[in-house]
Design a protein around this ligand. Structure first.
Ligand SMILES: [Zn+2]
Ligand SMILES: [Zn+2]
Length: 352
């Protein structure tokens, strides 16, 4: 299987040496789910690192959709500012007739060792699918007399992905927003997201020593929420490793649910804002390191325990947690999880 075109042969290296030991205080700031312009974000590595340094973050994970292209540069820049970057990628997977976003942590990009081969193939296959879909979408849109002259500038030297085609269709005034752009491509018989089977992704991640965490399990406006029943069925088939229990749109009730489920099933807990750009939809969020203590430990970072009998987390502890909203407050509702994603849901899933 070929490596992604974005990985020149000279950049492929053996497994990186283990990083220096790092110990954090319980309330040190970490955010384990950030995007950059390598996928559908707008953070440049420089701007992201400036922001993280300015806000006092100690550890962050760059987790672009289906690519690790930004990880090396962000990690290099962050290291100079005393911030540890964990390599990550948000892989678009498929299981039980729908897509699931899975955060894979702990695999350095561009590894050439045999253990990483299967995971490199997963990313290469997704990249190839996305390149094909993008060219196809471009041809379909231009064939009906809607030119996309801004496409090259929008892609800006990056591999052409469907997101760039949709963005260009908006810029040219053919459609008003991403939802309409996605509907246009769908109506024409095209597609804009690629996915790989969840079992393949998790198995490949494990071969490379990585950890697979279900992203935004309480978010019903994206690929769909993860119900406790879904989790039971998933775990019966596929050994996923964790849940992103702390997420920017999770209410305290949702965080409590997913922390409890993770505890019961012996799963890691992750914390993520899913920031794509300044204030889009939010800035990186200062999660407490201790909320993801076990995951960080597995990734080589020690977090001191909270002192005395203080709880690690309890409702009300996170001042940024949104208050319950009727539409997002029922992650355990089976019909919310079982419904097939609509084009707009798929679009928001693909983009954010
Ligand atoms: Zn996602
Ligand atoms: Zn994301």
């Amino acid at each position: 299987m070929a490596d992604p075109p974005s990985t020149p042969a000279h950049q492929i290296t053996a497994a990186a040496p283990p990083p220096e030991p790092l110990t954090l205080r319980p309330d040190d700031r970490v955010d384990l789910h950030l995007h950059t312009l390598a996928s559908d974000g707008a953070w440049t590595p420089a701007a992201l690192v400036d922001h993280l340094a300015g806000e006092g973050f100690r550890v962050a994970a760059v987790a672009d959709h289906d690519t690790m292209r930004s990880v090396p540069e962000v990690a290099r820049r962050a290291a100079r500012r005393g911030i540890r970057i964990l390599p990550a990628v948000e892989v678009t997977t498929r299981w039980s007739d729908r897509q699931w976003h899975v955060l894979v942590y702990g695999i350095q990009p561009n590894r050439a060792d045999p253990e990483a081969r299967a995971f490199r193939s997963v990313l290469a296959d997704l990249d190839a699918q996305l390149l094909t879909l993008a060219e196809d979408a471009r041809r379909r849109i231009e064939a009906v007399g809607k030119p996309l002259p801004s496409l090259e500038e929008i892609a800006g030297g990056r591999p052409l992905w469907p997101y760039h085609v949709l963005t260009s269709a908006i810029r040219e005034g053919h459609v008003k927003n991403l939802k309409e752009a996605a509907e246009l491509v769908s109506r024409m018989g095209g597609g804009f997201t690629a996915d790989e089977p969840l079992d393949r992704v998790v198995d490949a991640a494990h071969q490379a020593g990585g950890i697979a965490v279900v992203a935004h399990p309480g978010r019903s406006d994206s690929v769909g929420a993860l119900s406790p029943e879904d989790l039971d069925r998933m775990l019966a088939e596929i050994p996923i490793d964790g849940l992103e229990a702390h997420y920017r749109s999770h209410t305290d009730e949702q965080t409590a649910l997913y922390r409890r489920l993770a505890d019961e099933k012996g799963l890691f807990i992750s914390v993520g804002s899913d920031s794509h750009a300044p204030h889009q939809p939010v800035n990186p969020r200062p999660w407490r390191a201790v909320w993801a203590k076990d995951l960080l430990r597995r990734l080589g970072i020690t977090v001191d325990s909270v002192t005395g009998s203080a709880p690690v987390w309890e409702p009300g502890m996170d001042p940024l947690a949104p208050k319950p909203k009727p539409a997002e407050n029922e992650p355990e509702k089976p019909e919310a999880a079982a419904s097939e994603p609509k084009p707009d849901a798929a679009m928001s899933a693909a983009m954010v």
